[in-house]
Design a protein around this ligand. Sequence first.
Ligand code: AMP
Ligand code: MG
Length: 403
Amino acid sequence: MHFKPLLPLSDALEQLLENAAPRVGVSDVPLGESLGRILAADQYALIDVPPADNSAMDGYALRSADAGRSLPISERVAAGDSAPSLGPDSIARIFTGGEIPVGADAVVMQEDVSKKGNLIELPQCIDADQHIRVRGQDCRAGDLLLSRGRGIRPQDMGLLASQGIAQIPVLNKLKVALLSTGNELREPGSGPLPPGAIYNSNRPMLLGLLTALGCDVVDLGIVRDTAEATRDALSRASTSADLILSSGGVSVGEADHVRDSVSALGEIALWRIAIKPGKPFAYGRVGSTPFIGVPGNPSSAFVTFVMLARPYIRSLQGRNDIAPKLMPARADFTVSNAGSRQEFLRVTTYLKAGEIWARPYANQSSGVLSSVSASDALAVVPLGELIESGQVIQLMPLDSLLY
Ligand code: AMP
Ligand code: MG
């Protein structure tokens, strides 16, 4: 059989993203339920935060010009009190978060004064504005806080709450139909394996990857390797989801029915991608529902998912940041990538003399899922490159690829 040259990963990604407009509508959700959801509209500050100048310390609010004097306390302000006016020739006792009294322009820490009877002896040198958290120093009304397409993190929820925002518009969850193809597959819990069978690893792994990305999964289970079963499952998937994701059956063997079935119901591009582990990767549509097929080998399924399906899904979800994060580290290995594919080694990182190093898992075979489970990053080995021990390489931390 004659094959076209392998498609570079960057070309495959570009083609995928060309056709990846958001496929979901918009709803309002209460702020407390917004974790991991994707913002549907830019969020602007409504008020200044903090809304008034207040104290960063427990101590005394005073006029900085009174440095070196001994003065009595005329006021007391704690967090939650409204700001009083500071009387003449006096200072105010103040606690963290208390609003600065009108007339005061500095705060002195309680550790920096001494008491003499009713009088507080002030230090010789007091800077105007010291220990004051100025109104609007966090956000000013009108500031852009968070952009549309941003996945909401816990700290973002806190920031929006500081503005009094109780509800936000988010993009609806992308619904993904998940299929695992293969006559050999059995579900964990179905009893001991009969001859020829293996347990289905990809189903829970892909379910986890999709869930971590914030998708709703319609799990259609195992699909037998026949044209009829594959077509039936794909048809059902296309009417119940925004995207279909299958594993296995995208090679060119006689038991691989995904390509012909997707072609019959829509259209398919079957790509042989210059990626290791990986290679066969299918993309197309069933009716009008987009379709992605990752290879059956679990490590290949994982790596092609995070490198290709993930950015595509993030685009369909309406996210604005889709490129994976890279982190430099030193190689604790020597490899020469003389092959035809960009390699993603599964590595463990560790710290040595203040630097991050990456050690590869011993068995990098595409069927060895332990390599992914034992690792915390993928190390990029570009095509045709020799990487020597100690050289700086680029890593993709696995945690950063999981959301
Ligand atoms: P395929 O892509 O269907 O040709 O499968 C390639 C290899 O991956 C074969 O050894 C399959 O048995 C294995 N495989 C396919 N699907 C799964 C799965 N869901 N879980 C574990 N291994 C699988
Ligand atoms: Mg198969």
